[in-house]
Design a protein around this ligand. Sequence first.
Ligand code: ATP
Ligand code: MG
Length: 231
Amino acid sequence: MTDLYDERPTGPQHVLRLREVGVEYRTPAGSVTAVSGVTLDVPARGITVLAGPSGSGKSTLLRVLSLVERPTTGGVELRGAGTARLSSRARRALRREEVALVFQNPADNLIGHLTVGDNLRAAAQAAGRTTAVDELPAQLGLPGTSAWKVSALSGGQQQRLSFGCALARGASVVLADEPTSQLDAASADLVLETLADLSARGVPVVVASHDPRLIALADTRFDLRNGVLAA
Ligand SMILES: Nc1ncnc2c1ncn2[C@@H]1O[C@H](COP(=O)(O)OP(=O)(O)OP(=O)(O)O)[C@@H](O)[C@H]1O
Ligand SMILES: [Mg+2]
């Protein structure tokens, strides 16, 4: 893949840290506690998996880790800096520059009417970078596809490109919610390879999943049960 990350200075030991994080939602039926009292450190290297049954709080925690959602209580640190006091605007800017979030459905991560190359360029631009993206398709296992429309790629290839867009953005952490759940086994394999590849290049990856094959790749694993970390 790319050398984009080779020159990054050695950062702190943890890319993200949560302290006593709780998330509550108000619903017409009353307040729902999605996550409570979660304290965890995400290493700056390797694949970290948030595992747990449906409804255990994986997606909620992933949204908090990716700065999409503010927790109701507790704190989130990104590369050693607290985020609680940031204005909404500063928080959005930090997210745009540092965090790449890959959604479950490949189509939600890509601009369908653009080509592969234009998607990569648009991703870099959105993060305010001028990353050279010409080599990326080949490095992603998609050689010769730069001028292809995204719709000509398989689901697994599209998801691979989604992670490529995260690389093009130069994000310092890549997070993904169930990135293999809408793919057949062969397509999911492509995504697993890409995750391993990102991690081998020093990009920390955080994935919410109950896919046993993805969980098997984890260097670090956190198990959630009913919104709390299982011992
Ligand atoms: N916006 C919301 N409003 C109300 N309740 C919510 C909201 N989002 C999540 N919840 C509740 O919070 C809990 C955790 O949900 P979450 O989506 O984080 O679980 P999950 O582990 O990702 O589940 P799945 O594996 O099904 O994706 C669930 O009880 C859910 O119903
Ligand atoms: Mg979920």
